[in-house]
Unconditional design. Structure first.
Length: 356
């Protein structure tokens, strides 16, 4: 089983990527959340020239936020710096769009976007629409070798629903899933494997990546310790943010599996109703999203919520959970590292070593 890291992108993320490579991690995924973190392509460029083996991927890019020719150009540029080590992770958008008050984009639009990006990477002329006008476009100077369209760029889809899973299988792409628990992940990969087989692909070809947050607890350490709150609390807080979005902004319900009547969620929703500006509560709602727990939301991020939404447990327990994910069909486990808690990489490196 491979192990990766996921990063709320910082300008100097290359430093952490270097350490991860030294520890033997196979992948580094960079969040593409413009209103929350640094630009992923700038940071990936720095990581590309400061690493040798580790794969670098967008984790994940949202098509509505970057037009196809720009994304294709960025991927081909990275591929020149790190030939054959670039992964194109893409999704319909949760964090990157909700932080701007928008819901997910249409699956069909994402499929069209992927086709345009890969058509350009193959050197084809593709039809591109901008400002209501359609034009034919292609890379005009490939012979100058300013970019690399020769080495493959692997496709991975963030897919939680039946339509995105079906598209993943149709495109024979890698699959990215954000998991809260081993049980949740096992249900998700079972559904993905069914779609994969339905598309006629051998199960052994499925590259399934489980993203998670968590904290490797010391013996006797509570799940809401200061350290656990910092490393895993942001994942629990996502459930609060999601619930508030659904109530205050009318966005479609996600896959929390948690009723809004649950005390933590109900309490946070009441707090979120006071967020300013009143016509844009999503601004305060998503501040710190997947990075830190805001002071005013700490009382809702309970030990039980952390345990139920993250891989927060002792080292032995976490190894057992990851082993169950591997047996269920996941090929990679990726842990997100929280800004200011980079030292946690050493904890997860010990766990990775157990699966070598």
């Amino acid at each position: 089983m491979e192990f990766g890291i996921a990063l709320p992108t910082a300008a100097d993320s290359w430093k952490l990527v270097q350490r991860a490579e030294e520890f033997g991690f196979s992948h580094a995924w960079f969040y593409d959340t413009q209103m929350l973190s640094a630009d992923c392509f700038v940071a990936m460029g720095a990581a590309a020239v400061n690493s040798r083996r580790i794969r670098l991927g967008t984790g994940v890019l949202v098509p509505s936020n970057r037009i196809a020719p720009v994304a294709a150009n960025a991927l081909a540029t990275l591929n020149q710096l790190a030939p054959g080590r670039i992964d194109f992770g893409v999704g319909t958008g949760f964090t990157a769009r909700r932080a701007m008050g928008f819901g997910a984009m249409k699956v069909k639009d994402m499929a069209d976007y992927i086709a345009q990006v890969y058509g350009l990477l193959r050197g084809e002329t593709v039809e591109f629409e901008m400002e209501g006008q359609k034009r034919k476009i292609r890379f005009l100077n490939p012979e100058l070798a300013l970019i690399n369209t020769r080495d493959p760029v692997a496709l991975h889809l963030s897919a939680y629903g039946p339509r995105t899973r079906a598209l993943t299988a149709k495109l024979k792409a890698g699959w990215i899933d954000f998991v809260s628990s081993a049980e949740h992940g096992m249900r998700e990969v079972e559904a993905m494997r069914a779609d994969w087989q339905k598309a006629g692909h051998p199960l052994g070809d499925l590259q399934a990546t489980a993203f998670a947050l968590g904290c490797v607890l010391q013996e006797g350490e509570p799940a809401d310790s200061e350290r656990a709150l910092a490393q895993a609390g942001p994942r629990a807080a996502v459930m609060l943010h999601r619930a508030a979005d659904e109530v205050l902004s009318g966005l479609k319900p996600g896959t929390t599996g948690m009723p809004n009547a649950r005390p933590e969620l109900a309490g946070y929703i009441a707090l979120a109703r006071t967020f300013e500006p009143r016509d844009a509560p999503y601004l305060e709602n998503h501040r710190g999203h997947l990075m830190f727990v805001k002071p005013e939301e700490k009382r809702f991020v309970t030990a039980e919520l952390i345990r139920s939404t993250s891989f927060t447990a002792t080292e032995a327990e976490i190894k057992e959970r990851i082993d169950r994910l591997r047996a269920a069909g996941y090929s990679q486990f990726t842990i997100q590292l929280v800004p200011g808690q980079e030292q946690a990489l050493a904890d997860w490196a010990r766990i990775r070593k157990a699966f070598v």
